[in-house]
Every structure is written in C-alpha cells, then in structure tokens.
Design a protein around this ligand. Structure first.
Ligand code: OOB
Length: 550
C-alpha cells in the first residue's frame, strides 16, 4: 500500500477531526492553556503523588473504593487486556455504562492505549447504538448486564449481528453469550506507545438538531484545559468530594468540573446510581459530599426535598445547575433550601462552558448563566444576517476558543453550516451579554427540544414517525412545561383513508423503533394539515405558537 492510500490515522486531528489552525494552536500553547498533558498521564501522576487517597467511590450495591494507585493499576491491567484482544490505537469503543466504577476504569484503560471511547447514554437503544457502532466502525461495545430493568446483553447481540466491525461485547456483570469485563484484565507487559496530547482522546455526543446525533472529537489538550479552568472557577481541590448524580457519560457531570475535573485535582468522585433525593441525600451525608451538578428539574426536586431532609446535608458547599434554562424563581430558592452555594453553568459538549463565579453577587448568580472559562473564549452575538448586534441586545451566540471544536467527526457537509468560515461554532442559542460580560440565555434558534437537559432533535423523531404506514406528515415541536422546561409534541397528519390512530399508538411505534425513552413524544395531536411558510416549508413557528395552547 502506498503512503497516500494508507488509512488516515484516526487519532490525528485534521483528517476525521477538523482542528485548530496552527497559529491558534501556537497561541493556546503559549498562553499555557494547552500544557501537553494526557488523561493517562495525569492519572499516573496523581497515583505517584497520592497513591493511597481515595479517587473513586461506587456505593451501590456494595460500597467499593479505588485509591489513586488502584485506579491507575486497574487501568493498566485493563489496557493490557484490551490490547491482548486486539484493541489498539485509534479503535473506537462504544461505552454504554451507568454510574459504576467500571465506567471510569474502562475510560482510563482506553485513554492509555489511545482507543477512543464513544460515550453513549444509558437511555440509548438499538437505533442510536447501531448508529454509533456502524458510523464509527466500533470494534467493541461495553454494557452492563441489566440496568433499570433493561437487558443490555440482548441489545448488544442484536447490534453485533448488524455491525460487521464489532468484534467484542464486554459486559459488566453476568455476560450471557458475551465476554465478562472482569475476564479482560491481564498483567501489563512492556510499556506501550501512549497517545500524544494534541490527539483526539474520545468522541462525545452532540445534543443534535439533525436526523442522527453528530460526534464531537475532543483532544487531551483541549479537554484537560477545560477541566483545569473549571476546577479553578469552582474551587475544586484534593479535598473536594464530588457526587456524580447525572449520567457519568454526559459532558456536564464529566467535566464541569465533573468526575474528570475532580480526579485531575486529586479529589474524590462518588458515583450516584440515581439522582433522586431518596438515593442522593443519604450519600451526601455518608460520603460527606461537598459538590455536585444537577439539571434544573432535579435542582427543583432537591430544593423541595432539602428542608424536610432527615439527612445531614451540611457538607454540601456548592451545587452547579445547568444543561437547560433555570428559572430565576427556582434559582433563588436553592441556596436557602440546601444550605449551600449555587453556581449556574451554561455549557455544551462542543466546548464553550460558562459559569457564574463564586465572587459574583447573588443577583448575578440567580439571573445569568455565567461567563466563559477562558479569556481566550471568543464570543460573538449576531443577528440573522451574521452581523454583531449592539452590546446588550440579544442574538445568536457564536464561539471559538481553546476548547471548542472546529468541526464534528467525519461530517464535512454539516460542518460547512455548523461553523463559520473563520471557525466559530454556531451554538444555536439566543443570548445577550450583560455589562459584566455574563451571558443570559434567552432562547434557541436551533431546532431542538431541551427536555430538562436531555436534548431531542425533532428531525430524528419526525423521520421515525413518518415510517408509520398511516402517517402522511408530522412535525415535532417543544411545548412549555413547568417541571422539565419543555416537553415534545408531535403534530401528525394521517394519510387519507387511514383508519383512526390513537396518540398512544404513535408513542408505542416510536418506542418500538428502539430509541431512548426521553425521545418518545410526550404529546401527540392529530391535525388535518401542517401550516406552511411562504415557500411551502412546514412553519414550526406557527406550530410552536399553536403548541402554547397546551
Ligand atoms: C450541556 O451540553 P449539551 O451538549 O447536552 O447541550 C448544550 C446545549 C446548549 O447549546 C444550550 O442550548 C443548552 O444545552 N444549555 C442551556 C444551559 N446549559 C446548556 N440552556 C440554558 N441554560 C443553561 N444553563 O448541556 C452542558 C455541557 C457542559 C456543562 C453544562 C451543560
């Protein structure tokens, strides 16, 4: 094979993963943002500095702990086992684990060998997982045996049948016909070549606005910079005890400052199996939790439950709330109810993360969504024509910076519209900036539904519903909801002559197609026709205002 026919190195930025132009990379290095650290490397350093400190706690069903030395050794042994099974540099591995200790072990093992974790959420089902596996050409898929009443081994068998690249399924727990993860570790042999800091470390999922979720390539350098910046802003240090209440695979609990930030600082990450107060409050008390991150609906539930809690929550110093708009009224109630500080976070898996600051006045904390981590985060707020709006007015947020991607993985056509020519990411969020530089999220220009932090791309659900033989047309929009912020509503036009269909049948059809439960429309309404714009496209604007009647 000649050199130019050789397959591209999947870790090298620039081929599958659009990257920063050289002058930007040089600037970010010179500023000390990119320091040449890797994930595998920092864990090794912490293990050398503080071998016997507890890095990780998995409290359920029996409490297990990992010191830094144990986590480091475990990652090496698993890495050796994966290598022995033929998994190597640049291979993609779809990871679908709930908040269990093995999640962290596997991630660090993959980082060590330069294989790329692809972070699926526990809620994903056959449609999403098949797409992740086939689109990335994944060689392995890691699952729990049973989780929340669902048998992931059955799903894995089906996906494996459909995906020729998939050679391994590793199961945490009883493996059934697959391989037990516990059978994988082996004695580490000679040291391997490890990935470079500028290389892609993993693929994160986008919230998405299109038919299928896009993948986000993050490098060691850029992501670790966001961890260090987040740690500094949130005051994370070796004494921090962080509760991972949200799914560990999501960018927010992973890096804002999240379990990776806390491990970088030498603190302790405690995995919470479910985020409800009945599960989480006893853990806060028992594990002396100092910090956690919640989406707004959960923050509401915690705020309601806090004053009546039988547990001692006094260790809690800081609760971060983000992922979706948090109402000012709800934000005001959190601090007195939980006896801790509030910090708002407005972030995105593509990069940019904003935080209110510990020294911000109370009004700023409850009324804004914070300001960027970095002085090198560039923010533009533009109108529909792409021109900057006057200071203080609202418009679409564009951003570019040292930890915001320059393009999705293997998606050149989408990248041409999702980014400006000079590399700004079009977030699709409508924001305004206050005199202090804090951003206030006013709304959204992108076609997405934000169900309490869980993102739904209407196009994906519309495509599924359109496959129903009785359906002629469909449009999915958001409707306001007191608890989740938004819920989804599908307006369905039936085919002429099609028999009557009940809303529940449409929901069942979507569910049976094998998608995450949070994507099943909350409401279904049958209409004779969908309103159109002047040029004959479905008018989502009109549908959204009709939806306000719900
Ligand atoms: C986080 O990441 P994603 O990738 O699931 O979603 C990003 C989108 C943003 O573009 C925005 O539309 C929305 O979620 N969002 C917020 C928000 N935080 C995120 N909208 C209003 N207020 C907020 N505070 O959701 C994410 C990633 C890292 C940290 C925190 C959240």
């Amino acid at each position: 094979m000649t050199a130019d026919l050789a397959p591209a190195d999947p870790l090298a930025p620039g081929v599958d993963s659009p990257t920063w132009p050289a002058e930007f990379a040089a600037r970010y290095r010179a500023a000390g943002h990119w320091r040449g650290e890797t994930f595998g490397g920092f864990l090794r350093e912490r293990a050398a500095e503080r071998p016997d400190r507890i890095a990780l706690v998995d409290p359920a069903p029996v409490r297990r702990t990992w010191t830094y030395r144990e986590l480091d050794e475990r990652a090496d042994r698993l890495a050796a086992g994966f290598t022995a099974r033929g998994i190597g540099r640049g291979d993609r591995v779809v990871l679908q684990l709930p908040n269990v200790g093995e999640f962290v072990e596997v991630v660090f093992a993959l980082f060590r060998i330069g294989a790329l974790p692809v972070y699926a959420l526990p809620a994903h089902r056959e449609t999403e997982i098949s797409h992740f596996c086939s689109f990335t050409g994944a060689v392995a898929y890691v699952v729990p045996d049973l989780h929340a009443g669902f048998d992931h081994r059955v799903l894995a068998s089906r996906v494996k049948e459909r995906t020729p690249s998939l050679r391994h399924v590793f199961v945490v727990g009883d493996p059934g016909e697959h391989t037990a993860l516990s059978d994988v570790p082996c004695e580490p042999v000679a040291r391997r070549e490890e990935p470079e800091p500028h290389e892609v470390a993993f693929l994160q999922l986008s919230g998405g606005t299109t038919g299928v979720p896009k993948l986000i390539p993050r490098t060691h350098d850029d992501y670790i910079y966001s961890l260090r910046g987040s740690n500094e802003i949130c005051g994370v240090d070796a004494d921090t005890r962080f509760l991972v209440a949200l799914p560990a695979a999501h960018n927010f609990p992973m890096s804002s400052p999240g379990w990776l930030g806390v491990l970088h600082a030498g603190g302790t990450a405690v995995l919470c199996p479910r985020p409800d107060p009945a599960t989480a409050f006893p853990l806060v008390e028992r594990e002396r939790i100092t910090m956690t991150g919640l989406v707004p609906p959960l923050a509401l539930v915690w705020t309601e439950a806090g004053p009546q809690a039988e547990q001692d929550l006094s260790s809690l110093e800081l609760v971060l709330v983000g992922g979706a708009k948090y109402s000012v009224e709800a934000a005001r109630r959190l601090e007195p109810a939980l006896g801790c500080r509030l910090m708002q976070v407005f972030g995105m898996a593509e990069g940019l993360v904003n935080y209110t600051r510990l020294d911000d006045d109370h009004e700023t904390v409850v009324t804004t969504q914070g300001r960027p981590i970095s002085e090198d985060d560039e923010i533009r707020i533009v109108d529909d024509a792409g021109l900057d709006v006057p200071e203080g007015e609202f418009g679409q947020l564009l951003t570019r910076g040292p930890y915001t991607i320059r393009g999705y993985w293997r998606a050149p056509a989408h990248n041409a519209t999702a980014f400006t020519e000079d590399g700004f990411y079009r977030t699709g969020d409508i924001v305004r900036r206050t005199a202090t530089g804090h951003l206030v999220v006013e709304g959204r220009a992108k076609d997405q539904i934000n169900r309490g932090g869980e993102k739904v791309a209407p196009e994906e659900i519309e495509n599924i519903i359109l496959a129903h033989p009785a359906v002629h047309d469909v449009s999915v929009v958001a409707v306001a909801d007191d608890y989740l912020g938004e819920r989804s509503l599908a307006y369905v036009v039936l085919r002429e002559g099609a028999g009557p269909l009940k809303p529940v049948a449409v929901k069942r059809f979507v569910r049976e197609r094998g998608v995450a439960a949070y994507k099943v429309p909350d409401l279904v309404e049958f209409v004779d026709a969908l309103p159109q714009t002047g040029i004959g496209k479905v008018s989502k604007k009109q549908l959204r205002s009709a939806a306000e009647q719900h």
